[in-house]
Structures are given as C-alpha cells and as structure tokens.
Design a protein around this ligand. Structure first.
Ligand SMILES: *Cc1c(COP(=O)(O)O)cnc(C)c1O
Length: 389
C-alpha cells in the first residue's frame, strides 16, 4: 500500500503528472526513479526491515507509480496491478459470494467476461443496465447490492454515465461506486470528485500511452478499501514488475500534453467523419448532436481521441480497416500511434450477440483510437481508406 504524502501544494495536473510520487534517489540523486529489479531486500538485523521485505508486497518503483496515479486522480491511496483486468478483479473481490453488483451494460468486453464467466461461478451476482439513465441503477438495487460499476465514456458506443447522479444513489445506500476511467484519463475526468469512491485504470492505454506494456491501477480515498486492496496485492499477487511500472511512470509524464493532442485531433476527425457520405453515424461525445453532449461538457474537460462510426455493413467495415496505412489494425487504444479496429469481431467478440445488437454495436461499426500524429496526415489516410470500393 502506498499512502500519498501530504502535500499542500496545489499544482496543475500537468505538473503533478511529471513530479507526483517521485523524489531524487537518495544515494546518487538520480532524477528518474530507478528500476528496482529485485525480488527481496536484505534485512539489517533480526526482526528489522527497511519497509521493503518482498517485492510482491512492495517495490520502490511501483510505489512511485502508485503515488503518482493516486495524486492525478485526487486519491489518498494507489495500487498498481499487472493489467487492467487484474485491477478490476481485485476491486470486484472486495465483495463475497452472494453479493450483487449493478454494472453498466456497455463495459469493456473483458470486464463483462470476468463478471459473467468467472465471478458468477463463485456466487457473485451481476445485473447489467443502460448506464445513460441513473434511474436504472436505483431500480436494479436488491438487498444484496454492494457495488455500482460504470465506464464513461463507454467502449465503443461512447455513451456517457452521469457520475454525480449515480454517485448520489450509491452514497444514499453506502455502496461502492467504481468507475473505470481508462477512456478519459484523469486529465479529462476525475470521478472521485464527481461521486465515485474507487477508480480503476488500464494503464496499458492512455496513462502509459506508448503501447509498450500492460498494466492496471486502482485508486481510492477509503482507508478500509485501501487496506484490503493492499492485502489483495500481496495475497493474490497480480502485481506488475518494476520495469513495467517504470515505463508507465515515464509515459505519464507527458499525459497532459498527449491528451491535448488526442483531443484536438479527435474533435477534428469526428466532425470530418460526420460529414462524410459513406459514414452512417458517428459516436463521439464532443459532437453537438451526441445525445449526451451537454452532460459530457459538464463532467469532462476534453473528449479525447476515441471515435466509433458505423459504415452500415461488415463488408464496408472490413474494407476500411484493411485500407488504412497510418491507422494500424489492432486491439487496444490510447497510444501515441493511431489504431483502428472492428469491435464486433475484435474487442467485443466476447459480448453476447443480443447485447451487442441492442446497444447498437453493429457489424458495420469501426472504432478508431486517434493518436498524436499530424491531423492532416490522419485525415488523408481516412479519406483514401473510405474511398476504397
Ligand atoms: C483495456 C481496457 C481494460 C482492460 O485492461 P488490460 O490492461 O488490457 O487488462 C479495462 N477497461 C477498459 C476501458 C479498457 O480499455
């Protein structure tokens, strides 16, 4: 467990991203946190240790990353995990057999799979609701409900959940309210300030931002939850290695800069797609005709570079994703390079067909993660790909 040191400085997030959790290394003054590539730590004498006993429990490189992400999200405690799914699993395991979770239906495909195909076997119960209407959360509550779980904007439909409204329902019942903040990142949305009490990240995506590691994180300001998450890191052991922590820390230093460029490119490309005759519909919360545009403007400080659009048929989608040159056909998102994917057969293949269809996740849907390249180059690439017959 890593407790954020009390610091009364009120820096901007761009400044915290560079500095939070990091101090010059005491022996040499190295400005970058070293990669503490060790499994154990020598104890000075019987019954004494330095605060570090074994690297599953704690590692100084991991500590720095945990403090950094906690500060960015405005939390007092941070925990790093080996992947976003490991982070989500640790949070869901705060609960026990018989407990009930109300989850947004349009969560990451792997999150849905973890809930239904793994945790239901251990007696946990899940109800999936359309998270656009907070009343659906209230209506789904049972005497066994312990947690709400939400993603916003959602992947890939870019729906928005009203974190303040859902947060008040959770607070009235003393429930855990978990938000997966992977898509917005703390630069554009800070769920703890809006009503959530636990935030989950896939650091694989925007936080690291360079598509060169897989990792996850959980932050909270609830001391009892923090104790149990620290216990879970040690007891279950899904912790990241120090090199991956170091990569994530280095990536986060440029998070604010990168998010600004993802956002500028994303806004321009979404507007351009919305005008294109081959595109049936664009899903992007920054477009004024997105049904929840106003809510997005209130709760987010930017819209980022995630855009989905419908080309009407699987053939249209296939032609497009095979024709782009700068946009690489790949799973994942949030890196400096632009990616393109087909959710129905890739990231969301594990979501049941009926649920996919009811959400509008059609076979013609294409999702792009707009990188930080020059926007004219990206538009030219999309243009030539959409011109393919
Ligand atoms: C990728 C992703 C995850 C899972 O994270 P991994 O690091 O791939 O395990 C969870 N939630 C969202 C929103 C994601 O995009």
């Amino acid at each position: 467990m890593t407790r954020v040191p009390d610091d009364d400085q009120q820096y901007d997030l761009a400044t915290w991203a560079v500095h939070a959790g990091q101090e010059p290394e005491p022996i040499t003054g190295a400005i970058m946190p070293p990669i503490f590539q060790t499994s154990t730590y020598v104890q000075p004498r019987f019954g004494e240790h330095t605060g570090f006993e074994y690297a599953r429990t704690r590692n100084p490189t991991r500590d720095a990353l945990e403090r950094n992400i906690a500060v960015l999200e405005g939390a007092t405690h941070g925990f790093a995990f080996a992947s976003g799914m490991a982070a989500t699993e640790a949070v869901l395991k705060l609960l026990s057999a018989g407990d009930h979770v109300v989850s947004g239906e349009n969560v990451y495909g792997g999150t849905h799979r973890l809930m239904v195909q793994v945790l239901e076997r251990f007696g946990m119960q899940f109800t999936f609701v359309d998270a656009r209407d907070p009343a659906h959360f209230e209506a789904a509550i049972t005497p066994a409900t312990k947690m709400f779980f939400v993603e916003t904007p959602t992947n890939p439909m870019m729906r928005i959940a009203d974190l303040g409204a859902i947060g008040s329902i959770a607070a009235a019942r003393d429930l855990y309210f978990v938000v997966d903040n992977t898509f917005a990142s703390p630069i554009f949305q800070r769920p703890l300030a809006l009503g959530a009490n636990i935030v989950v990240h896939s650091t694989t995506k925007f936080l690291n931002g360079h598509s060169d590691m897989v990792g996850g994180a959980v932050v909270t300001s609830l001391d009892d939850v923090a104790d149990r998450l620290a216990f879970m890191q040690n007891a279950a052991g899904a912790v990241p290695g120090p090199f991956d922590c170091w990569l994530a820390l280095r990536g986060i230093k440029t998070l604010a800069l990168r998010m600004r460029q993802h956002d500028a490119n994303g806004r321009r490309i979404a507007l351009w797609l919305a005008e294109h005759p081959r595109v049936k519909q664009v899903y992007y919360p920054g477009l004024p005709d997105h049904p929840q545009h106003e809510l997005a403007c209130v709760q987010m400080e930017g819209f980022g570079g995630m855009i989905s659009f419908d080309l009407g048929s699987i053939d249209g989608a296939r032609r497009m994703v095979e024709a782009t040159r700068l946009f690489s056909l790949a799973e994942s998102l949030g890196g400096v390079e632009s990616l393109i994917g087909h959710p129905a057969t890739m990231t969301h293949a594990s979501v049941p067909k009926e649920l996919r269809e009811s959400m509008g996740l059609s076979l013609g849907l294409v999702r792009i993660s707009v990188g930080i390249e020059n926007c004219d180059d990206l538009l030219a690439d999309l243009e030539q790909a959409l011109a393919q017959e």
